[in-house]
Write a protein that binds this ligand. Sequence first.
Ligand code: COA
Length: 330
Amino acid sequence: MLRNKQQYAQITAIGGYLPTTRRTNADLERLSDTSDEWIMKRTGIKERRILEDGLATSDMAVEAIKELCATYQKDITTIDALLVATSSPDMPMPSTANIICDKLDLTQVWAFDMNAACSGFLYALDMGAALVETGRYKNVVVVGADKISSYVDTTDRSTNILFGDGAGAVWLEPSKETGVLDALLLSDGKGIEYLNIKGGGSRYPYAMENWDSTHRYLQQDGKVVFKNAVTAMSQACQSLLDQNGLTVEDVNWLVAHQANKRIIDAVGKELGIEEEKALNNITYSGNTIAATIPLCIWEYKNQLKKGDLLLLTAFGAGFSWGASLLQWNI
Ligand code: COA
């Protein structure tokens, strides 16, 4: 049985933004010892978008929110809560949500950031939905945005092939009928050493003595992350379906975090979902961290039908991971 809620949070609008500058596989061939053929075969990625120097995560989020408002005729001044999932805030403080509010001239908004790495959007969506379900907030905007290129060593072929910049946003409103149905979100610190950006926080501040310059970059053990991602996302999806009395047959679309095309395929296979039901936009965007899920839905929005059941799943640093179920209603 789907969880019975007195009030649901429903997505009533979606927006996105991708920077215009492309970093192609040919660019990466010049920067590191790799090839277009290897990257396509092992990741399914052809290019990623890179935000120019001088601009930051908030600039992309602002564009995504403006695009959403223009497309769905939403009045920006009615936003009463803004949650921003990001691992690449403009600065340690204030929050990127505050900076976005300032850029949008919003002064009366409950706004803050959440960091759950690549799972951030699912965490923020669950939190945003909970705010709406309480009845205290009526127009909640949830953003997933990352300028992760600021942390990628462009000469490191173990990471430069995967990551790109982008932002996606959804608008949540109350509904008596349907919307965000349920979520299962988890975390386990066993993954800290396998995927991280060490520098710039309070443990390894930039000003520390004996600063290790590799700490400024995203580091990962790709193989360990890959295996854990497939198992964790598949299990979270299956558990969420089970606890709601559903099967993969009920799911219209699987929207998995866009980390690597082979990971998306493996999760679909593990769950027994037909390939054409698994949305993917990784080829031309890469892994945009907290932005992948809203950006992917945004790109496919014209193919989604009212009433479709979407199963979302993500995995990221921490490790943090989970799944969400929602009924599309736009
Ligand atoms: N270009 C060319 N060759 C490369 C390469 C690159 N960019 N990276 C690795 N190789 C080589 C390796 O040296 C190795 O060569 P060898 O067999 O001669 O030793 C071979 O290719 C295989 O390397 P491996 O590290 O096993 O590749 P992989 O298939 O695991 O792919 C990743 C590497 C990073 C693409 C993959 O592990 C991955 O996507 N992991 C998940 C990362 C992720 O999702 N992170 C974010 C989570 S939110």
